[in-house]
Design a binder for this molecule. Sequence first.
Ligand code: NAD
Ligand code: ZN
Length: 348
Amino acid sequence: MESETMIAIVKEKPGPGLTLKRVPVPGEPGPHDVLVKVKRASICGTDLHIYKWDEWSQKRIRPPQIDGHEFTGEVIKVGDNVTTVAVGDSVVAETHIPCQKCLQCKTGKMHICRDMEILGVHRDGVFAEYVLVPEIVLWKVDPSIPLEYASIMEPFGNAIHTALVTDLTGKNVLITGAGPIGAMAVAVAKASGAACVMVSEVKDFRKNLAKKMGADVVIDPLEEDMPARVRSLTNGDGADVLLEMSGSVIAIKQGLDSVTNGGIVSLLGVFPGDLAFDINNLFTFKGLTMYGITGRKMFDTWRIADQLLKSKRVDLSPVVTHTFPAERFEEGFGLMEKGLSGKVILQF
Ligand code: NAD
Ligand code: ZN
């Protein structure tokens, strides 16, 4: 296979843009590696950062490198010591590759490994016909789950991990930001029995997406006083749980203001820099509990994602707004940048 080539979307050299080109198919799998044929891949906000070549990407990406990390595919070849997947299996993959050596990895917290590598960031990614990954990151996915949904199980896992830090049954849940992940969190909260799911969002396309995913109320904080509206919807109490999924400084301050005393805050959004807020009045004196969320639990979150999709308790169809052949990847990136999409799927 070494001499064969495949189509891939590559960051060829430092600078903006990505290139579709033929590159060699990855070589023979090492003893613990698996060669996967990519069936579907999806574009993440991270890919957009890499495309634009912002400061974050400049510090991390070492071109030439294949981009992409969200995908589903079929096992084509396994290394000699691989035991948990076999040729022909449908798989999805955790994109954070744990070192398996640090304190966190050794104590059941691989998702916060101190030395993790990320697919498509520290090594070649999945926007290609084939990808070589370590066995440890693979999750055998139920083949009845449509490829489009399997491909986005990674960000769906972010939504699940963030939402399920606490029991949502009968709770009033506020989600700030209805990007693809916030929109999927709406469905997770509904499936978990939340009493009222409120979403704050500023872009029309995403406000509609939140509604399609089952949000009870969508609030535009540019048009109304968001904390006041949340209180009026919750008998004057405020939300029991805040899921921060915007990465906006304004949104988290309004979110904290909207949470009831003793409430739970789960933070997924990544902020542009240091965050200044009135921690005394917005957090400490309210007796809040705050969780920081990175990635997905390996593999508790993946199991829940699999079950929610297989049982159809969650319908991700509104979130998958576009599917393009790999050749038209630029259109997908353009729509995402303008906020005119949910998840964009690429076919290889
Ligand atoms: P996204 O950028 O597509 O969605 C963010 C949404 O927030 C957008 O729709 C935007 O219009 C909305 N928004 C912006 N300002 C707002 C405001 N003031 N009030 C309400 N909404 C506002 O991102 P995504 O892919 O859905 O991811 C959500 C967040 O999670 C991002 O910040 C992303 O960087 C972060 N993330 C974190 C992890 C992690 O492991 N911690 C993993 C993936 C993504
Ligand atoms: Zn580790």
